[in-house]
Design a protein around this ligand. Sequence first.
Ligand SMILES: [Zn+2]
Ligand SMILES: [Zn+2]
Length: 135
Amino acid sequence: MKLEGGCYCGAVRYVAEGEPMMKAQCHCRECQYISGGGPNMFMLMPNEGFSYTKGAPRKFARSDLDRPVIREFCAECGTHLVSRHPDYPAAIVKIGTLDQPGLFGTPQMAIFTIDKQEFHQIPAGLPTFHQMPNA
Ligand SMILES: [Zn+2]
Ligand SMILES: [Zn+2]
């Protein structure tokens, strides 16, 4: 599939082509900062199919962590677009930044439910994992 998206102000645009390696909702505490409090909906897209087509994101990684996640966001409007995890050679694309968020369909799993808040919803029957599925 070919996904296109960008930030709220339009300064940064991207294209992500390929088959999603994972479609999930993440309940981790870190994601709550960036989602606004709810679970974060994301698709893991292959690196080789991902590129920025307009502008460039600003990047942030915590300096106090050994292997931090790199967070890529628009320096103008602050929209968080993509994360990069050191263990996964992929672009973790935020569904809210897609031109057509409906292309997400539905999540395949809920991860990091160890940090789940009482107000987070998980669809009935969805596989859930305390951390990552393989952890
Ligand atoms: Zn922007
Ligand atoms: Zn998370």
